[in-house]
Write a protein that binds this ligand. Structure first.
Ligand code: IFM
Length: 478
């Protein structure tokens, strides 16, 4: 084959395997609004976002994308997009306003209508039970650092799965417990805004336990549904090959990735994690029998990927460098690895300050597939915030987002070609939404939301994604 033919073949758009699941994702507090309707109780995000100084511009999820009232229209968008699956989350405080007791029927009915609306449109419902909106009453009783929260979560799962059961194609217990535990209880940049490293590790364990209990509920009450959990697994590279930098990456991997993978998939906490955090906690909150519950068998592992980090062991005297994109509260989310610096990287970055690195997606999927052979993977979130400009004609020509998505799907296809069993890809996000501490300032949607009028407008990235879904391939965007 001639060189030019080689080049041509390498440039050919990649296709995805037959049956590959194309989806879009959202989360309850980020889009629903209607926070005081139909008996919903306050969540930690209502409290946190209403307290001064916690979110950019003081934004809250009170109205968000008003999806609670506009869900039919949003389901039509999904239908037009052509996706086979929609990943949404259920707001615990709509079901149990104080985190325990019987289900509020009106809250359950909302999700029941949503699920039925998806099924009517031929879209598989993928429901996440917890995407960070903990009922405030449970936080008042101790939050995730308290064991009781895990038990309550198991009961809540029973109520929801009992009602929606097998109509939901796939149940996901937790979304990104890393954020819930470390950003919420160590760095304090997410609700509930606590800066207590020991409590964060207790939260890690109770999230793992809650995952197990909820998983058991799914297995019992919805035996034909698929079961998964979504983790934001981190890809860190060492800034140099010095033993100290390599060791820094190991510690990040322990506290960031294996603190969840270990109990959920191996039934144990990694020994090095326990050692790394010995000065913080003795892990006595792990009780006999817990680690028999946490490794509930999964049908697939949800992986969220956005970026990579460059890690360096702090030398003890240089000024600290913080470019990990997790806020600057001064408190580190990396419990037991607080002395690791995150170096700025060159190249394109998103509006979150996250480096665009599709190769990290391939690396992560291959690494995870190698570590857990036989466990299918699903990319449950990937996408980008960019500062969209609305053109005179009202269109949003978001070439950077379209390219980001295409390049990352291409990276997924590359991982599949190299042997990873990746079953699907969900773009984050269907709609512009409340980006947590960044409020409405960061737009991840492939569909624009005008927050004054709630009008939805297709961005170019949505059209690109629609084409990818229709052709089951990555387009050549050049
Ligand atoms: O918006 C979030 C989402 O809620 C969880 N994963 C990352 C997204 C972008 O920050």
């Amino acid at each position: 084959m001639s060189t030019s033919a080689d080049e041509k073949e390498n440039a050919m758009p990649r296709t995805l395997p037959e049956g590959f699941v194309w989806g879009a994702a959202t989360a309850s507090y980020q889009i629903e609004g209607a926070v005081n309707e139909d008996g919903r109780g306050p969540s930690i995000w209502d409290t946190f976002s209403h307290a001064p100084g916690n979110t950019l511009n003081g934004d809250t999820g009170d109205v968000a994308a008003d999806h609670y009232h506009r869900y039919e229209q949003d389901l039509d968008l999904l239908k037009e997009l052509g996706v086979g699956a929609y990943r949404f989350s259920i707001a615990w405080p709509r079901i149990q306003p104080t985190g325990s007791g019987p289900a509020v029927q009106a809250g359950m009915d909302f999700y029941s209508r949503l699920v039925d609306g998806l099924i009517q449109r031929g879209i598989a419902p993928v429901a996440t039970l917890y995407h960070w909106d903990l009922p405030q009453a449970l936080e008042d009783a101790g939050g995730w650092p308290a064991r009781d929260t895990a038990l309550r979560f198991g009961e809540y799962a029973e109520l929801v799965v009992g009602a929606l059961g097998d109509r939901v194609h796939q149940w996901t217990t937790l979304n990104e417990p890393w954020c819930a535990a470390y950003l919420g209880y160590a760095a304090g940049v997410h609700a509930p805004g606590r800066r207590e490293p020991a409590a964060a590790l207790a939260a890690v364990h109770h999230l793992n336990l809650g995952h197990g209990l909820a998983g058991v509920a799914v297995r019992e009450l919805a035996p034909t549904a698929l079961l998964s959990v979504t983790l934001n697994l981190h890809v860190h590279h060492a800034a140099s090959d010095s033993p100290a930098d390599v060791e820094a990456v190991r510690r990040l991997d322990a506290v960031g990735n294996r603190a969840f993978l270990g109990p959920m998939l191996d039934g144990e906490y990694p020994g090095d994690l326990i050692e790394d955090t010995m000065a913080v906690t003795d892990w006595s909150f792990v009780r006999d029998g817990d680690l028999a519950v946490t490794p509930v068998p999964l049908d697939n592992l949800g992986v969220n990927y956005y970026t990579t980090g460059l890690a360096q062991q702090w030398d003890g005297h240089s000024p600290r460098v913080r470019a990990d994109g997790h806020g600057d509260s001064g408190a580190s989310p990396w419990v037991g690895a607080e002395d690791v610096d995150f170096l700025p990287q060159s190249g394109l970055h998103t509006a979150m300050g996250w480096k665009v690195e599709p190769a990290g997606m391939t690396e992560l999927l291959l690494r995870t597939a190698k570590r857990y052979p036989g466990l299918p993977l699903m990319v449950t979130e990937n996408g980008a915030a960019f500062d969209d400009a609305v053109d005179d004609d009202g269109a949003v020509h978001d070439a950077e987002r379209a390219s980001y998505v295409a390049r990352h799907v291409d990276a997924v296809a590359a991982a599949i070609e190299q042997g990873a069993d990746v079953r699907g890809y969900f773009v984050w996000s269907l709609l512009d939404n409340f980006e947590w501490a960044y409020g409405y300032d960061r737009r991840f949607g492939i569909i624009r939301v005008d927050y004054d009028t709630q009008e939805r407008t297709w961005k170019d990235s949505a059209r690109t994604y629609q084409r990818m879904v229709a052709t089951n391939a990555v387009p050549d965007l050049d």
